[in-house]
Write a protein that binds this ligand. Structure first.
Ligand SMILES: C[S@@+](CC[C@H](N)C(=O)[O-])C[C@H]1O[C@@H](n2cnc3c(N)ncnc32)[C@H](O)[C@@H]1O
Length: 773
């Protein structure tokens, strides 16, 4: 792609870099003409679209080779490797080929089922047996194995049914004897139970949307969402499936390409190509993959059975998972021709393709929409993009168009109108697409191992466009919170919101997490807008103290700012119009109130935001010298942090870190976020050496600062309370129950009834807490 961009003539590059949306027809047309005469471009499109040249198609020989490797590992007892090779082979095996008179795919599912059974993964094994039977219903060995797996799961009734079917189909005498002896053994067992196999569908939610939202025009942020009624905190206000979505490339081997959940051991590959992998047959079909074709072999052997057994066979081999009865997005269908481009083009470009195709398919004819202009009524800011991005959007639009033409042939004209439409689509995706995230536990810990040294972070697994969700503006002090279950977006109010107030979520940055300059830079770089939210426009205590230094006067509680922070805070004063969040603090008599009063009462605050000067008493502080002192102290803190990460703590490391902390306290403001972070490290170190009371003290000290920066009911505090509660639990402290109930209240605010699904360790902590009361 770089090569292609580098050959674009400078004059054209210049024209593109200065272009606005009004110029797109002309710039697209010039670039299209240039590419059409360029052999390099045609070669590139051929590479991307010729299935023969791609590595994404199915390949019988390679599948057989990989299957043989799996068999070899299986016979050596290396079941994990066997599982790996069978999964690989399934990915590349064509659906309709035979291996030793059996359907290859059915055999691979059955072989994998045997490996999963050996590994003790019975449910996964059962699903694979059933898949083998969906493809090949008269596969006696698969019914036989299914019986074994059902027996391991305690599903005796099903196991007997499986064996009865197997006995009907099996033709060899020795095979029949083996089945009969297994059947006799099972019938001899007294416990006959029914199948408890239904996968718990813990992601279903019948929580109703409680609000009536409206889209309004705002003064500084374009359109925005408000509610026509008062909204109580924790209410679910919005729920939506994506218009289009795509799994990120780095998650292809770990997450389902449709629902984006983590892949189980029994993955299901796409039926027609070797790129996406799904967690289930249902997801495969929902993504637009084909149904499993059924082999017609020996069907007659399944005839003349009792009604019950016939029904049983139908339930197993035709479980109602087909494109005719499942609502499906079909978003992968046009990418599924074994071509290279969906695997190599950037995710947002492939996503643009999905949106375009969906739009076209929604037009009844399935052909070109003469009024294609304006796909998705979403805002864009093409004009504010960097010259580099504008050129990239032009090049990728033309390439995508040529790739899609392989599917839509001449229905998708390669002209400047269509190219500019795709450029607009890419600009809309940039502004409106959401990062679909999943929780990831640190160091590969499982949720129930959660302790003070654990952390949960959100990792992006997919990118999706939600048309309704895109109308929520950003605030660094949001009053609603967005999260995902499967592909569905949920938005919940985290505060009581009065009717008519704007409902705003955070696009990433929040007050308390970063200072104002960092937040604004992030939003400008990533979304090309200057944030106008209340957190960035009005003075708030968190922004003042977040990276603040301490005044040199021993009893002064004032804060000293460096030049960068001072510039932004000074800027906010221009819009200062009276009561705001900082003045509200002045009435309180705690530490926060003291900082606020120092700023407003004791100085002429409108002129006091001088870098290096105490906002309270005006004393000047040598910030350079303070920074030098901090660097010296940080060395010992880093050593402790490394030791915590390795889990091996020498006591002298803690002593050194405590001394460094004393130094930090001399130069940094008591509410500086760095102090909270160091307190947290020290708490973890004490926890690891078993000094639990010290761990509690430092954990509490950290939480106190974070409460000042984020507010008491922020989810960050919820996460910290998990740590505090887990140490107190291990000490058998009754106060752990209070920490837990506070933490549960915070998680409910943000996730409502979904909190336990997203954070499984909450359930564990709640159980522990109830045992303490
Ligand atoms: C996802 S859209 C939100 C809906 C949008 N306001 C509209 O009219 O369609 C994001 C765009 O809204 C505007 N926006 C959202 N939050 C903002 C904020 N805090 N300050 C300024 N502009 C904002 C910016 O133009 C941004 O690119």
């Amino acid at each position: 792609m770089e090569k292609l961009k580098s050959v674009v003539p400078e004059t054209l590059k210049q024209k593109i870099s200065e272009s606005t949306t009004d110029d797109l027809h002309s710039t697209s047309s010039s670039l299209l003409h240039f590419f059409q005469t360029l052999p390099l471009f045609h070669q590139m499109v051929r590479d991307l679209t010729d299935p023969e040249m791609a590595l994404c198609g199915k390949n019988k020989e390679a599948a057989l080779e990989t299957k043989a490797k799996g068999n070899e590992c299986f016979s050596k007892g290396d079941y994990s490797s066997a599982l790996h090779f069978y999964s690989q082979a399934l990915r590349i095996a064509p659906m309709d080929v035979e291996d030793k008179e059996k359907n290859l795919v059915a055999t691979l599912y059955l072989n994998r089922a045997s490996s999963l059974h050996k590994l003790g993964l019975f449910l996964e094994s059962l699903r694979d047996c059933s898949r083998a039977l969906i493809v090949s219903p008269a596969y006696a060995k698969a019914w036989f194995w299914r019986a074994r797996v059902n027996s391991s799961l305690g599903n005796h009734e099903d196991a007997i049914n499986d064996l009865n079917v197997s006995l009907k189909i099996e033709t060899s005498l020795s095979g029949k004897r083996q089945i009969e002896s297994e059947l006799n053994m099972l019938l001899g067992q007294s416990r006959l139970r029914s199948s408890p196999l239904e996968k718990p569908n813990n992601e279903s939610s019948d929580e109703r949307l409680q609000m009536d939202l409206q889209c309004v025009s705002t003064t500084t942020k374009g359109r925005g969402m408000v509610s026509s009624t008062d909204i109580p905190l924790a209410s679910l206000i919005h729920k939506e499936d994506p218009y289009a979505a795509i799994l990120l490339k780095h998650c292809r081997e770990t997450h389902c390409a449709f629902c984006f959940n983590e892949l189980p051991a029994d993955t299901v590959p796409c039926v027609s190509c070797s790129i996406p992998v799904y967690c289930s047959l249902k997801c495969q079909v929902q993504a637009g993959g084909q149904d499993f074709p059924k082999c017609k072999e020996k069907y007659e052997s399944l005839e003349h059975l009792s009604d019950d057994l016939e029904r049983y066979i139908r339930n197993v081999t035709s479980p109602g998972i087909s494109s005719s009865n499942i609502e499906h997005a079909a978003e992968h269908k046009h990418e599924c021709q074994g071509m290279h481009w969906p695997a190599v083009l950037p995710s947002d470009v492939v996503l643009a393709g999905r949106i375009l195709v969906k739009h076209i398919e929604q037009q009844s004819s399935g052909g070109v929409d003469p009024k294609i202009h304006g796909i998705l009524d979403l805002c864009q800011n093409y004009g504010k993009l960097s010259p580099e991005t504008k050129l990239e959007f032009h090049v990728y639009s033309i390439i995508l168009l040529h790739c899609l033409q392989q599917f839509y042939a001449s229905n998708l004209p390669s002209n400047s109108a269509m190219t500019s439409e795709i450029i607009m689509l890419l600009s809309k995706i940039r502004v409106n697409s959401m990062a679909v995230v999943r929780m990831k536990y640190s160091d590969g810990k499982q949720p129930l191992d959660y302790d003070v040294t654990s952390s949960v972070e959100q990792v992006q697994v997919a990118q999706a466009v939600y048309c309704g969700g895109s109308l929520f503006n950003h605030s660094c002090q949001p009053n609603v919170h967005a999260y995902f279950l499967s592909r569905t977006l949920f938005i919940r109010a985290t505060e009581n919101v009065a009717a008519g107030s704007e409902l705003e979520l955070s696009y990433g940055p929040q007050v308390g997490e970063w200072d104002c300059s960092e937040r604004r830079k992030f939003l400008e770089d990533r979304y090309s807008f200057i944030c106008q939210c209340s957190g960035c426009a009005q003075l708030n205590l968190s922004d003042l103290v977040h990276t603040g230094y301490r005044c040199i006067k021993p009893n002064c509680f004032g804060v000293v700012l460096d030049s960068c922070v001072a510039k932004y805070e000074q800027e906010k004063l221009k819009h200062f119009k009276g009561p705001n969040s900082l003045q509200e603090y002045m009435v309180s008599d705690d530490n926060i109130g003291r900082v606020a009063r120092h700023i407003f009462e004791q100085t002429d605050y409108r002129h006091c935001f001088e870098p290096g000067c105490c906002l309270s008493c005006g004393s000047s502080c040598d910030i350079r010298a303070s920074q030098k002192t901090i660097s010296g102290a940080e060395i010992y803190i880093q050593r402790l942090q490394d030791a915590v990460a390795s889990g091996e703590i020498a006591t002298n490391l803690i002593t050194d870190a405590l001394k460094s902390m004393d130094i930090l306290r001399i130069v940094l403001h008591p509410f500086n976020k760095r102090i909270a972070e160091v307190e947290d490290n020290i708490a973890q170190a004490f926890y690891l050496i078993g000094e639990l009371q010290a761990a509690v003290d430092h954990c509490q000290a950290s939480i106190e600062i974070l409460e000042t920066l984020y507010g008491e009911n922020h989810i960050v505090i919820g996460n910290e309370l998990i740590k505090l509660a887990s140490i107190r639990h291990s000490m058998g402290h009754k106060s752990a129950a209070n920490d837990t109930s506070r933490m549960v209240a915070i998680f409910s605010r943000y996730y409502g009834s979904h909190a336990d699904i997203i954070f499984p360790h909450l359930r564990y902590l709640k159980r522990e807490a109830s045992s303490l009361v």
